[in-house]
Design a protein. Structure first.
Length: 687
């Protein structure tokens, strides 16, 4: 049941021309002001046609012409409550109170009386006017003006001084007009037109007003306002519902004054889910009405509209209450106090785990599984709908959890999440505003470029360095983003330009293996093990590009490095550095081919040819194809660790690859041969 019976409940209604007074607790018609302009004159000296003899109400020419003999007093009466003009009689029907018969629709609100000739011949006519004036109810607005023909013979004229002869002082028509406030009526002593307005027995609230022409050639006009109330209006209830089934309408009220003057009816409007209203029925007298004519499936909402009028005293019918009975529909609300979870600031790519509760707070259950709508509006004001599975059927008092995850990869910056439960009135529900949640969240954009690192057989080479014909090229892409793992093979692209200038692109397979990032290891790094075979001698170029999940590139330009391949196994002259040395010296040399010799030794001899120290491959440390600087540094001691004396020592390198010694490699411009004699080099130890 929905109901309006208390004062503050009635304040929720909408009103037209009616107000609810909080002090008196009564319905009242709103104040009304009417502007009246009275125009009169003499035909044909100041008026050329009958329409100029008129009464204008709020700018409209409402009453005109005169059906009398031309020697008339014309009265207009206005209800003080409604400000409506009082009807005399229909057209061509005898006028009331002995007035002239209305001759046209424009004269049905006139009370026109012949005021008669001077003397006894006109006394009866003037008594008729006085009797009419006595019959006018107190408080009514009265407008009276005269009509006089300019061209008529003088004997038919009579003026205010003539009327004084009708009887004892104070009883004549002249006295009566003067008593009502027409102080200048004595000036009506010649042919002239005038208008007089007063409020019967209520000069305190409306001061009498009058205006008089100078003679027969000027028009007379009087403008003034009268004040009253509206006489009709409406009360429109709030929208009731929704309901599964509408049952009954009950309403009660009372009249303040004359019950027969009150006209009331109630319109029953059905409102569909789109908000469109349709008048289904008008209730005129029944105070208890079945609503079985309303299909709740079409019109889950109702609205009542009362028409209220009183053209007599303008006191509206007092609505006490109106009630609508129906079967209640459920009502739910987002219940963040029960469950709510959502971060408002995250890094781009971080997953937001959203949770919120929704509770059925009504005694009725929802009929089917609950539907949800979720939309993210990004910083460009573009909507992105999310897919959220339906929930369970929510019985009375029960609660469900709405849960989904938001991948923030595509939402950098400021965003707004919108969640709507039971969207588009999927199921009837009492209210919807409490089904909606808005939540702003900020995604810190990933504006950092990933880092690319490339090694050949574990070494960062320089441009045009020699590398193995079968190198192990290790490519590593590292991103500072801790949430968007580098797991897509498309994040790294590898190309090699061959000596013949052909460009080869490589796919993942036996030659190239992709190692995706494992965030659990504490670093977001993906890598490639690239193990190609370069059969041609010459200069190659490796081209590598990388990007993170967002699309940030590893540098504005791709990684380029030139390298040289010499398939024949060779070794260059071996130099020591520094030379001379005091504490230690390392060895520098270059190896070509596809693999490092199985055996490589450096013998250190005295100038007499005695081997004092032999450095093995294991001691030299990691070696690779290309330029090598040994980790091992000889400290000038013999095989027993004893310090050798200062002086000149010889050294020689011995190699073995598959049972053969390596040939000598000598690069273009290499002038190191002058430091060797029959394969022996010199070094100087100075302590």
């Amino acid at each position: 049941m929905v109901n309006q019976s208390h004062l503050f409940q009635h304040f929720k209604s909408a009103y037209s021309n009616i107000s609810l007074d909080s002090t008196s607790k009564a319905f009242k018609f709103n104040p009304r002001t009417t502007i009246i302009v009275s125009n009169t004159g003499m035909y044909p000296t100041s008026l050329s046609e009958g329409s100029e003899f008129n009464l204008q109400i709020n700018g409209a020419q409402y009453i005109q012409d005169d059906c009398g003999v031309g020697r008339n007093l014309i009265f207009y009466l206005f209800n003080p409550a409604s400000l409506d003009p009082v009807l005399n009689a229909p057209v061509n029907t005898p006028g009331r109170y002995g007035s002239t018969m209305p001759c046209a629709l424009s004269t049905v609100n006139q009370f026109s009386f012949d005021y008669g000739v001077p003397g006894a011949g006109g006394k009866a006519a003037r008594k008729l006017i006085k009797d009419f004036m006595d019959s006018i109810p107190s408080g009514y607005y009265v407008i009276v003006k005269n009509s006089i023909p300019a061209a008529a013979a003088a004997p038919i004229w009579s003026f205010a001084n003539d009327w004084l002869l009708d009887g004892p002082a104070g009883t004549t028509l002249t006295d009566k007009l003067k008593n009502e406030g027409f102080a200048s009526i004595d000036s009506f002593n010649r042919a002239r037109c005038w208008t007089f307005a007063y409020k019967k027995n209520d000069a305190a609230n409306f001061a009498p007003q009058y205006s008089m022409s100078q003679g027969i050639f000027d028009k007379n006009s009087l403008e003034f306002n009268i004040f009253g109330k509206q006489a009709e209006g409406t009360i429109t209830s709030p929208v009731f519902g929704p309901s599964k089934k509408w049952e009954f309408l009950h309403w009660r009220g009372s009249s303040q004054e004359n019950p027969t003057a009150d006209i009331t009816n109630i319109g029953v409007y059905g409102i569909n889910n789109a908000g469109s209203a349709t008048l289904l029925k008008t209730i005129t007298s029944a105070r208890d009405t079945t609503l079985d004519f309303v299909d709740a499936n079409l019109y889950p909402y109702l609205q009542l509209k009362m028409y209220n009028s009183d053209f007599s005293v303008a006191t509206p019918y007092q609505l006490n209450y109106w009630r609508v009975n129906g079967q209640v529909v459920p009502e739910g609300a987002v219940a963040g106090n029960i469950l709510y979870q959502m971060k408002d600031t995250v890094d781009q790519g971080e997953i937001i785990d959203f949770k919120v509760a929704f509770k059925n707070i009504s005694p009725a259950k929802f009929d089917s599984a609950m539907k949800f709508k979720a939309v993210i509006t990004d910083y460009n004001n573009q909507p992105h709908p999310l897919t959220v599975p339906n929930g369970k059927i929510l019985i009375a008092g029960d609660t469900l959890s709405i849960r989904f995850k938001i991948d923030t990869k595509d939402y950098p910056g400021n965003n707004t999440l919108f969640v709507d439960v039971n969207p588009n009135n999927d199921q009837p529900e009492q209210l919807h505003f409490n089904n909606v949640l808005f939540k702003d969240f900020f995604v810190r954009p990933d504006n950092f470029n990933p880092l690319l690192d490339v090694t050949f057989d574990g070494v960062h080479i320089l441009n045009k360095d020699i590398v193995a014909a079968k190198p192990h090229i290790y490519i590593k892409l590292k991103d500072e983003n801790k949430t968007l793992a580098l797991t897509d093979t498309a994040s790294i692209k590898v190309q090699v330009r061959y000596p013949d200038n052909t460009l080869h692109s490589y796919n993942f397979g036996d030659t190239m293996r992709f190692n995706p990032a494992n965030l659990g290891a504490g670093e977001n790094s993906a890598s490639i093990d690239f193990m190609p075979y370069f059969p041609l001698d010459g200069d190659y170029e490796l081209i590598v590009s990388g990007k993170d999940v967002i699309g940030n590139k590893a540098g504005s330009l791709d990684y380029h490095v030139m390298f040289n391949v010499i398939n024949k196994p060779m070794i260059s002259n071996l130099l020591n550095y520094p030379n001379p040395f005091t504490t230690s010296t390392a060895f520098l040399f270059t190896v070509t081919g596809s693999e490092v010799p199985q055996n490589i030794r450096i013998q250190i001899l005295t100038i007499t040819g005695k081997v004092v120290r032999e450095i093995t491959k294991d001691e030299l440390g990691p070696l690779h194809i290309g330029r090598n600087i040994t980790d091992f540094k000889w400290d000038g001691t013999d095989r027993y660790g004893q310090k050798l004396a200062n002086g000149v020592y010889l050294y020689k390198v011995l190699t073995n690859l598959n049972g053969k010694s390596l040939d000598k490699y000598q690069a273009d411009g290499d002038k190191t041969d002058k430091y060797f004699n029959k394969g022996y080099g010199k070094m100087v130890l100075i302590r």
